[in-house]
Design a binder for this molecule. Structure first.
Ligand SMILES: *Cc1c(COP(=O)(O)O)cnc(C)c1O
Length: 472
């Protein structure tokens, strides 16, 4: 017998003794699994476990061992794909982590809307058909000073609908300094062409003058679009035309001026010690006919896009058949309404709205969080890693105040002996925890920015299964 056959002989014996599906299903472990996951899924999982043993040439043991393997398989598969994570990146509105956290008031409103029939498009006074946007129109007008408002899927949809309604087969005039790309998939020139609008670029990357706009106006002009350069700054020798002057020009030529604000906050961020970001009310007051902005950036609500402005124009938007394809459902409208209501009491926004609470979070609070999690981290990571607090910088994210940072506090983890990719390995391991922990590597340390860490007990409990990567 050569070495290979000698090794595979016991394997072959184990496989010959594989239990049948029925034998596995008769175990008490399998019975418990049927109770939890249902018969059909359990039978499939048992079959898969048996097939696995045959393929690998090794069996986990007796019938009960197979039932346990099948249960583990089902438990693994039962985990949701959309998992909560600890966002310790320091980016409060992280597009890839779902942007704004929803206020409790909005969560409650959404739950009610989900469980019940609601008067979504139903005029309870007259019993006639109503308009779904009416649910939030008055609030939007009150908070922005606009005459009218409409709601769509997101701000990209708001821009698309606006361009399609007012510049289809016509020209949209935009400054070259404002032809933005947001997160790859949203590129202003591409959205324009999909909307059927012809892009008429004016000026240069760093400087655009009034005379550039004047020269571009003509019989084909559908609208002038001003785009808030929300995710970058052009600095140095620059010039852009003020929104007020642009509004004057547009109105002289009977052309619609649209201002895509992007984040479009409803309150002055200076309240929270941040730099001023143009508010929607300011953009309306400056004379833009329509202003578009997102619901899940600084506004702190669900993914939505808002268009506010002149009544006659909003009516046209609502009549565009595309509006139907871009409208939002009852759940999001419920959240939008509840979120907007919070703005009626702006003094309490840092308590009621998670986005502002996190942006305004005092360092002392983060220090207290650090003191609680550091012993647990040290305990788990052992002598191979140093764990200490470190000042760091958070950012707003989602293209608001792109160059502005907020002083913040991190727990910095670094391998005591450098090299060996241990830091990357640790970062990977943390991302594979039951509740993935997402930090950022800066210089030679893994930074866990504590600005967005609320559930401290949950964070510590989550470390139980952490397996520390070995030194290389
Ligand atoms: C973010 C942003 C958009 C896209 O908004 P979404 O809500 O992500 O669709 C469009 N324009 C500007 C200026 C933005 O900042």
């Amino acid at each position: 017998m050569d070495e290979r056959t000698a090794k595979s002989a016991p394997k072959a014996a184990a496989l010959r003794k594989l239990p049948s599906v029925d034998e596995v299903l008769r175990t008490s472990v399998a019975a418990a699994a049927v109770e939890r996951f249902g018969r059909s899924m359990t039978v499939d999982a048992v079959r898969a476990a048996l097939a696995d043993a045959r393929a690998k040439g090794e069996a986990p043991g007796d019938a009960e061992a197979f039932a346990r393997a099948a249960t583990a398989r089902m438990e693994y598969e039962a985990q949701p794909n959309l998992k909560p994570v600890f966002n310790l990146t320091g980016t409060v509105l992280h597009t890839n982590l779902g942007r704004a956290l929803i206020a409790e008031a909005a969560v409650a409103a959404a739950t009610i809307a989900m469980r019940n029939a609601v008067a979504l498009e139903f005029d309870l006074g007259g019993g006639r058909r109503g308009e779904r946007d009416e649910l939030v129109r008055d609030l939007l007008c009150e908070l922005t000073g606009a005459e009218d408002a409409t709601v769509v899927n997101n701000n990209a949809a708001a821009v698309l609908l606006t361009l399609n309604t007012f510049a289809r087969d016509r020209e949209a005039i935009v400054s070259r300094g404002e032809l933005i790309e947001i997160g790859g998939a949203f590129r202003m020139p591409e959205i324009m062409s999909r909307a059927g609008a012809k892009l008429h670029e004016v000026g240069t990357t760093n400087r655009t003058h009034m005379k550039d706009y004047v020269g571009a106006l003509g019989p084909d002009t559908g609208l002038i679009l001003k785009v808030h350069t929300s995710n970058y700054r052009i600095e140095g020798f620059t010039k852009e035309v003020d929104a007020r002057d642009l509004a004057k020009l547009a109105h002289e030529h009977k052309v619609t001026l649209v201002n895509d604000l992007g984040s479009g906050t409803l309150v002055d961020l200076a309240r929270f010690g941040l730099k001023h970001e143009p508010t929607v009310a300011e953009a309306v007051a400056e004379g833009a006919d329509l202003v578009t902005f997102s619901g899940d950036k600084l506004l702190g609500g669900p993914q939505t896009g808002f268009i506010v402005g002149r009544k006659a124009l909003i009516e046209k938007l609502n009549k565009n058949p595309m509006k139907r394809a871009l409208r939002v459902d009852k759940i999001r409208l419920a959240m939008v309404e509840a979120t907007l209501r919070l703005y009626r009491d702006p003094d309490r926004l840092t308590q009621t709205l998670p986005t502002y609470r996190l942006l305004a979070r005092p360092i002392e609070e983060m220090q207290a969080v650090a003191q609680r999690i550091m012993p647990a981290l040290r305990d788990k990571l052992g002598a191979g890693f140093s764990v200490a607090t470190a000042p760091c910088s958070s950012q707003v994210g989602s293209g608001a105040l792109p160059v502005e940072t907020l002083p913040s506090l991190a727990v910095a983890i670094a391998p005591v002996k450098s090299g060996g990719g241990r830091l990357n390995a640790l970062s990977d391991t943390l991302r594979k925890l039951p509740v993935p922990v997402v930090g950022r590597i800066e210089k030679d340390a893994l930074l866990l920015d504590l600005r967005c860490l609320d559930n401290v007990d949950g964070f510590i409990a989550n470390l139980t299964t952490l397996e520390v990567p070995e030194a290389a």
